[in-house]
Design a protein around this ligand. Structure first.
Ligand code: AMP
Length: 401
């Protein structure tokens, strides 16, 4: 059997097709620029143990329905998918599930309505997901669609971690609280870390650091999310590519009173022009590291603020957990940047965190690995994330196959 994973955005759809026998991704690709005069279609597929093949087309893709039609046509002509009867499930990534969803859920009309209800909490993401879900249900009425929520893993947080210190009615009437995101990635790397340590997930306390263009940290106690750095939206917490993370909320009043910025301008400032980009003018960590190595002071500061914030969260989550089995780095930066990992762990020896400098800095390493010394009480691991694989597995489990 096969599972198709769809990540539908407002103008693009990313997809991967998995074979459940060995969880190999046998095809993957992208439909982009939906609704623009020239759309983009990318398909990569592998025939039985053969090399990876690729195809790319430019053609108008007016709607999500046309996009998913193209994806299915590509999968069928490439031979990756013989027919719909091969599909055990379609897994849909959904960023925000509000408080409705603690686990992956087979989509019916009520689930669609519940996802629609929380659109105000994720206006940039949930509408695109809904388009993908509705089209998939229409095109493949016999294949169950399963919604897998970025927020679901964090629903185990206690109110002490998820409530803000603001008037109660904002929570009871408007559901203003901390939700947390990247849950599928945090759960995936937590499971892999437990296996790496030779333990059950339920027996592990972990601090997982998903550091990509978006970044978040999660404290995991006995395999469940206890606290996480993102909040009502994915803006809170760590320094990100273009997002500021934690700031004094009074900055909003200051900027609106003194600079006349309205809510749209503040949204743009904090979500798209802050973070690494705001500090040093660049949001790609590879480029920032190159600039810093060449002596650029702003690039050095961007790295310094990033690792300072990371250390703050490691310390806070360590205190919440009491005992930590491992710190896990993942995401484009977490998996690849030895400098950020070193900066985040430096000076934490008293907490039992001892980085093996050589293992951390070893070039050409990929895959799951331990980068702490044998004396380190807390393991430090690098675990590549794979959100699509986790979505596929959860979708299959949800349909009971
Ligand atoms: P993601 O959102 O997980 O794809 O991660 C994107 C971020 O990872 C960008 O800031 C990239 O610059 C960063 N990244 C990818 N590869 C490397 C690398 N080899 N060294 C440092 N940063 C990297």
């Amino acid at each position: 059997m096969k599972v198709l994973v769809l990540n539908s955005g407002s103008s693009s759809i990313k997809y991967q097709l998995f074979r459940t026998a060995d969880w190999e991704a046998i095809a993957f690709g992208l439909v982009a620029r939906i609704g623009e005069p020239k759309g983009e279609l990318k398909l990569n597929w592998r025939e039985q143990d053969g090399p990876l093949q690729s195809r790319q087309d430019a053609l108008p893709i007016p709607t999500h329905e046309a996009g998913i039609d193209h994806i299915v046509a590509g999968l069928r002509t490439s031979g990756a998918l013989a027919g719909f009867s091969e599909l055990a499930a379609i897994g849909h990534r959904v960023v925000h599930g509000g408080e409705h969803f603690q686990r992956p859920t087979i989509v019916d009309d009520r689930v669609v309505e519940a996802i629609r209800e929380v659109v105000p909490l994720a206006p940039l993401h949930n509408p695109g997901h809904l388009s993908g879900i509705e089209v998939a249900r229409r095109l493949f009425p016999t294949v169950p669609s399963v919604a897998v929520f970025d927020t679901a893993f964090h629903q185990s947080m206690p109110p002490t971690a998820y409530r803000y210190a603001i008037p109660e009615h904002l929570y009871t009437q408007h559901r203003v609280r901390r939700y947390g995101f990247h849950g599928t990635s945090h759960l995936y790397v937590a499971k892999r870390a437990a296996a790496f340590l030779g333990k059950e997930l339920a027996g592990c306390n972990l601090i997982t650091l998903h550091l990509g263009n978006g970044a978040s940290a999660t404290a995991i106690r006995a395999g469940r999310s206890l606290d996480t750095s993102m909040g009502l939206t994915p803006l809170e917490g760590l320094v990100m590519g273009t997002r500021c993370g934690d700031i004094d909320p009074a900055l909003h009043f200051f900027l609106s009173t003194n600079l006349g910025l309205d809510t749209a301008a503040l949204d743009d400032l904090f979500n798209r022009r802050s973070g690494l980009l705001g500090i040093c003018g660049v949001n790609d960590m590879r480029e920032i590291e190159r600039l810093a190595a060449a002596g650029d002071e702003r690039a050095k500061l961007a790295i310094g603020i990033t690792t300072h914030r990371l250390k703050k969260y490691i310390g806070a989550f360590y205190a919440e957990l009491g005992k930590v089995d491992a710190i896990v780095f993942t995401g484009g930066i977490g998996e690849n940047s030895a400098g950020i990992r070193r900066g985040a762990c430096q000076g934490l020896e008293r907490l039992g965190i001892r980085l093996d400098e050589a293992a951390n800095a070893a070039r050409g390493q990929s895959g799951e690995r331990c980068i702490s010394t044998t004396q380190s009480e807390v393991g430090v691991l690098v675990i590549p994330t794979n959100e699509e694989l986790e979505i596929a597995r959860q979708a299959l489990a949800a349909v009971g196959r």
